[in-house]
Structures are given as C-alpha cells and as structure tokens.
Design a protein around this ligand. Structure first.
Ligand code: UDP
Ligand code: MG
Length: 317
C-alpha cells in the first residue's frame, strides 16, 4: 500500500505526519506500506527533512519536482510513483488524520476500488471558506453529468486497477478528485473529521479555489457555451420582434411611435456589449485550454528521487 503525500513548504509537518503514519502502520500491519512524498518545489527545508527520513527508513520514497507545479499535479506525480496494491492520497498538514487509513483499507479489502474519506465537519473553518467550498461542490455537480462524491476530499484510497486507469488520463489542467470520480469503479465512503492545519497556512486562497472551480466546469462540460448560445438566440429573437414593431408602428399606427423601441434598443446595447464580452471570455477559456493541451508539455518534471530505483526523468509525458 502506498501513501502518497504532496507537499509544499511543510518542513514542520513532515515529521509529525511520518510519526503519526508509522504508529498507525505498526498498529495495523497487514500489508507492506510505503510512503511517497512529493516535494512540490518547496522553498523551505521540506526536502532536507524528507532526505533525512529517507536515509533512516527505506519505506520513505521521495520524488522531488523541478519546481512548484501545484497540488493537483504533485498528487498525480505521487500516484505515478505509488506502486502498491492500493494508493492512499492525503495532505501533509495533518488535516487528513492517518487514523482513518485503516478504515479505508477495511473497505478496500471488502471489495471497494475507490474509498473516499468524506468530511463530516471542518474544525473551525472560516465561514467564507466553508460557503465557498459548498458553492464549489454545487457548481461542480451542476455542470457534470457524472456522479460526484458529496463532500468528497482528496483523502482517498484507489485500487491498483483504478490507478492504472487514472494514469491513462492525460489532461494537463486537472483536479485529482474530479478525475477519480469520473473513472467510476466500485466506490465506498468513510466519514472523517477534518482537523486543523498542524503548522503553517493553507496555500489555497479564495481566488485559487475559484479558478479551480472554473477549471473543473470548463474541463468537464460545454454547458457554459450552450447557455451563451441560447441567450444569443433569445436576444436575436427579441431584437427581430422589436424591429418588426418599429416598422408596423411607423406605417400603421402613428409615425412618432417608432422611436420607442429604438430608445429601448440603445439602452439594451450596453447590456449586449457586456454579454458579448462574457461570451468572448468563456470561449477564450476553452481556446486557452485547447492551446495548453496542444502544446503537449509533460505534466511534471522530476528533479530527483530517493529510495526509488529508477533514473529521474519526466513521467507522464
Ligand atoms: N500543496 C502542494 N503544492 C502546492 C500547494 C499545496 O503540494 O502548490 C500541498 C500541501 O503541502 C498540502 C496539500 O497540498 O499537503 C493541501 O494544501 P493546503 O493545506 O494548503 O490546502 P487546504 O488544506 O487548504 O485545501
Ligand atoms: Mg490543508
């Protein structure tokens, strides 16, 4: 079983996390465990701490990325290297308690191929954060055809087969849980209470979360484009009607009535410009996405590894 942990500037959290994982492992030793820590271009001593751990314990594998690629990509890198029968992904800040892992393994042994840890509540999470994460989930659900795990987190276990399927997904802009949800397979959930961050601050600012939400929508559906199409049709239809009214009123009612719809149209114009600009922006999002995928750059670059017998090279090209 591989435990995959992406980390970015978590020097003070690595050892407490390792200790917590080790005590859970020792108490529940049924299968072989390994840890895959992915250093996502940390600028603090994370890599140093990891190297020290790796020297002491061969179960600790370290993948160090060439720069900060972001959590989603770091997670994918970790899953690429996590070669166990099952892969558990979790955060480094102890918000995902290792004590939940045995429950994940239990469901997996009982036949589940994806076991998602579902947040019961987040300890003292700011209101705005909680509200935005609900909005985030609602949006993702609204725009996706496939079933999503409610309140699902990145703290989840996937079977070796699911990992193989996951590695087939090539898109560059990605959200781990979205891809795993899309894959399907036999799914189970385990509730857990998210703890507070052990040390440091979350790197997920509200704007970052917003962008991730937009990414998730754009990458999984063309609904925004369709909405714009229908809006355009509606406005064109309304404009045609009002044009017809202008002519009819001018010739058959009273010549001075013609300007009423005209005045409305002038006001309406600014609204139209707004809508057209929004449409341009939405289409631009899709075009930008296409451009990014067409470039075909590797998803991540590895600067070096520890306790992994394989030359460091770019994976998942
Ligand atoms: N993380 C990462 N790369 C980044 C940002 C975050 O690997 O660019 C890791 C981070 O070290 C942690 C996990 O992703 O292990 C979750 O990050 P964070 O706690 O900042 O997010 P939150 O818990 O607020 O969702
Ligand atoms: Mg966190």
């Amino acid at each position: 079983m591989s435990v995959v942990v992406p980390l970015f500037n978590e020097a003070n959290n690595v050892e407490p996390l390792y200790d917590a994982l080790e005590s859970v492992r020792i108490a529940n030793a049924r299968e072989r465990w390994e840890y895959v820590f992915v250093d996502d271009g940390s600028r603090d001593d994370s890599l140093l701490v990891l190297a020290r751990l790796a020297d002491r314990d061969a179960k600790v594998k370290v993948v160090s990325l060439a720069r900060n690629f972001g959590k989603e990509v770091a997670l994918s890198a970790g899953v690429t290297y996590g070669a166990g029968d099952a892969v558990v992904t979790m955060d480094a800040d102890l918000q995902h308690p290792p004590e939940v892992i045995p429950a994940l393994l239990e469901k997996w042994r009982a036949g589940a191929e994806v076991v998602v840890a579902v947040r019961r509540r987040t300890a003292r999470k700011a209101f705005l954060r909680r509200a935005s994460s609900h909005l985030f989930d609602a949006l993702a659900r609204l725009f996706s055809g496939d079933s999503q795990v409610l309140e699902g987190t990145d703290f989840r276990l996937i079977d070796r087969r699911v990992r193989a399927a996951f590695l087939l997904v090539r898109e560059r802009r990605r959200a781990y849980r979205q891809i795993v949800d899309w894959l399907g397979f036999v799914r189970e959930t385990v509730p857990f209470d998210a703890a507070r961050r052990h040390d440091g601050r979350s790197t997920y600012s509200l704007p970052k979360l917003w962008n991730l939400a937009i990414d998730m929508i754009v990458s999984r559906s063309a609904v925004p484009l369709r909405v714009l199409l229908y809006l355009g049709l509606l406005i064109s239809f309304a404009s045609t009607l009002s044009l017809m009214w202008m002519f009819l009123a001018f010739y058959y009612v009273d010549p001075k009535w013609w300007y009423t719809p005209l005045a409305q149209a002038v006001v309406f114009n600014t609204l139209l410009i707004g809508i057209v600009l929004i449409a341009l922006g939405v289409v631009g999002l899709y075009v930008g996405r296409i451009h990014e995928e067409v470039l075909g750059r590797p998803l991540f670059l590895v600067r070096g590894t520890r306790n992994i017998d394989e030359p460091a090279r770019a994976r998942l090209g």
